[in-house]
Design a binder for this molecule. Sequence first.
Ligand code: MSP
Length: 491
Amino acid sequence: MEKFYITTPIYYPSGKFHIGTAYTTTLADTIRRYKKLRGFDTFMLTGTDEHGQKIETVAKEHGKTPKEHVDEMAQMAKDLWNLMNIKYDYFIRTTEPRHEKAVQDIFEYFLQKGDIYKGEYEGWYCMPCETYFTETQLVDGKCPDCGRDVRLMKEEAYFFNMKKYVDKLLKYYDEHPDFIQPEYRKTEMINNFIKPGLEDLCVTRTTFDWGIKVKSDPKHVIYVWLDALTNYVTALGYKQEDDSLYRKLWPADLQIVGKDIARFHLIYWPIFLMALDLPLPKKILVHNFIMMKDGKMSKSKGNVVYPEKLISRYGVDATRYFLLREMQTSQDGLYTPESFIERYNSDLCNDLGNLVNRTVSMVNKYFEGNVPEYNGTPNEVDKEFEEFTNSQIKKVEKLIDKYEIADALKSIPTPVEEAVVEEQIVEEPKVEQVVAAEQQYANETTFEAKPSLWQRIKNSKIVRAVKAITRIRIVLDYSDALPEGRGENNQ
Ligand code: MSP
């Protein structure tokens, strides 16, 4: 069986996750389900990125130790993914001793190789926040978090020599046109970060404690990105005694990240892997943002939407559907309560919901709850519908294979609408159809209880409708709407 290793970013457990964070994981889970249905041996990794100054500060604000805080938050994340029907194969926490040890070893290896060197970090430091900012992060020359004055300060720090690998990276981009999706993100990286001259990356700090210590120089803490990015391989056992999963699964087939962390995954991550002499992931998919009417979601604006609320009101499938349907790969999606309700009412209740309900009730009414066997195409109308549905299925599959999930969902309603029309014919037969069916019945030469033509029409149309619904379940898990196990054999 061919393997398919898919990863999400590991999330900062600084606060409750909103629908933007939930989007990345829902997208990954959807692709995982699809690949599994297509016969792949899938493995999905998610987790939490638990070190750093912000976590230390948030924990303090809550009167907790960082460890107590991240333990609670990791559980919160697991509960949310469970609520959202998201299944992962491993949940990595960067505070796991095996990850910490592997990161320390990687650091020492880079140090020995000369890829990491000691230098001086200079930045704008905010005393009350105990945080460095770059010039561009400042707001009117003040701290972007608390608005107070900042001071230009220097500290001893370790740097990763990014410049050494730039040409190799550009060559890799060139030779692997499928590495980054969508392609314009690659152009963005080249124009915005590489052409102006890639800076070496500062990989340690001495101003806070909550992090992995450098083995050979423990007053330094490994700064978040080297710690965070390597999770994708340490979770599989890389640099550990049992590395069988690593050997089976690496390189990843798909790594999904949001646009705000594209730079770290498209430049630094490939360079770290090159420095380790490891193969690069086959594809990194960068998605856009879910926006609010007044811009980005943020606590200070008070416009944050949490998935639990939508789920308790509208259910998990509707919430997943909205997130996936609203976000095109290359464009930001917009959340408004109105757009959510509109999708819920028109796409799900009117079209899909009605079709599912009527089909299930017909299966119960005419076939004692068993999906009848499909015996071939009995008439022209059916044939046309079958051909149409099959061609739409191909289209949907192609789109999902390209990870264009919103577009794939957009093409599903067409067969659903068709199926609704078909199924209405079954429920409300036209007089001529009944007469024709009766006629056929009367012409049957034996009086044995053979199914009449009408019965056969009904039979095949219901099978079609069930088929259409089971296909849709590839994207939305509607198993609860169908009697258990029904429809599985009819795909
Ligand atoms: N910890 C880092 C990632 C390290 S990966 C080695 C991080 N964490 S995060 O919690 O801030 O963000 C995680 C993911 O959520 C990112 O992919 C980010 O793009 C995504 N989103 C956060 N807000 C979002 C929206 N409003 N819309 C869509 N996705 C968004 O960054």
